[in-house]
Design a protein around this ligand. Structure first.
Ligand code: C5P
Length: 310
């Protein structure tokens, strides 16, 4: 063996779990000159996770495989945000983007839970570890913001106020934990479609910009009970989501009839969140929602939970 170089040990795969996000407060302002809407939101990560696994491959290029939720409908090419994220971090680190990416999806797809943004955030973190790229917080945030408005929050998780188009974050230290039943539907709503519907309804005088997040931020900081939180939930996109998918109204109504403290469309929908008083209540509510029917799937989750780069 003298004089021979031992073959490089294959580098181990890197796996990163990343949680879904909800917006307990989602204030939507007017469309800006760049087409994005000004947001005043409070994000919170909840315990529904995708897992992104990356490993080096000998062949050039990126190979993406997907299992779980939406595996049959998600794009596997350059349109997938995980592929975009891998390319971006490879350029930043001046490495060849020769990587196998596997997404194991449990976050409902196109459901208003930022599953695609979560995968992008996790891919940035996983690839930076795989390729041992030194990158500071500010630079990671800049790359994430280039991928999508929700991606910076998905890196950090927890609870944060989001301004600008959602990417300007201020962390909130919370004093509690809250429990949700997450009901998905068999339809999808694309985010741009829902923003357009918000604009259309505004032209008809329906809806306003809920810009003030102070009350709910103070409530999270002080760890208020779920009862009080139920009165503070806001979503300026809810009317638009229900207008696009009227069946959401009966799903929301059904959850309230089964004892939820509040029904709240998640982001741009169509997933509906039902607030529960505690974990026992969430489990009982989920059971009743499953028996009642009307949702595609029913999960329980709690938040806040940390993101992959917390
Ligand atoms: O930022 P992201 O790529 O996730 O946004 C997807 C689309 O949602 C944008 O192209 C835009 O149409 C809409 N959007 C918006 N205002 C925001 C965020 C997203 O109008 N603040």
């Amino acid at each position: 063996m003298t004089g021979q170089t031992a073959p490089a040990a294959p580098s181990a795969a890197v796996s990163v779990d990343v949680p879904a996000k909800i917006n307990p407060h989602l204030g939507v302002g007017d469309a800006r000159a760049d087409g994005f809407h000004a947001l005043s939101t409070v994000y919170q990560s909840i315990s529904l996770y995708d897992t992104v696994t990356v490993e080096r491959r000998e062949e050039p290029g990126i190979e993406l495989t997907i299992s779980g939720e939406g595996a049959d409908i998600l794009p596997r090419g350059d349109e997938n945000l995980a592929v975009k994220a891998a390319k971006l971090i490879a350029i930043y680190g001046s490495v060849d983007p020769d990587v196998r990416i596997h997404l194991n999806k449990r976050i409902p797809v196109a459901g208003g839970l930022a599953g695609g943004s979560a995968d992008a955030a996790a891919t940035l973190v996983a690839c930076s570890r795989l390729w041992e790229i030194e990158i500071g917080d500010a630079e990671m945030h800049r790359l994430a913001a280039g991928l999508g408005s929700d991606v910076p929050f998905c890196l950090k998780g927890g609870t944060a106020v989001g301004a600008g188009r959602g990417e300007e974050l201020t962390r909130v230290e919370v004093g509690g934990s809250w429990h949700w039943v997450v009901a998905t539907t068999d339809t999808q709503i694309s985010t741009p479609e829902c923003f357009k519907e918000v604009d259309r309804l505004r032209e008809d005088g329906i809806g306003r910009f809920s810009a003030d997040v102070d009350q709910i931020v103070r409530a999270f900081e002080s760890g208020i009970g779920a009862d009080e939180l139920s009165r503070l939930l806001v979503n300026d996109m809810e009317a638009a989501a229900v207008s696009l998918r009227p069946q959401l109204a009966s799903l929301m109504h059904g959850g309230l009839e089964e004892g939820a403290l509040a029904a709240h469309v998640s982001g741009s929908g169509p997933t509906v969140l039902f607030l529960a008083s505690d974990v026992k209540h969430a489990m009982a509510l989920a059971r009743r929602m499953r028996m009642r029917g009307g949702a595609k799937s029913v999960h329980i989750a709690n938040g806040p939970v940390p993101g992959p780069a917390a």
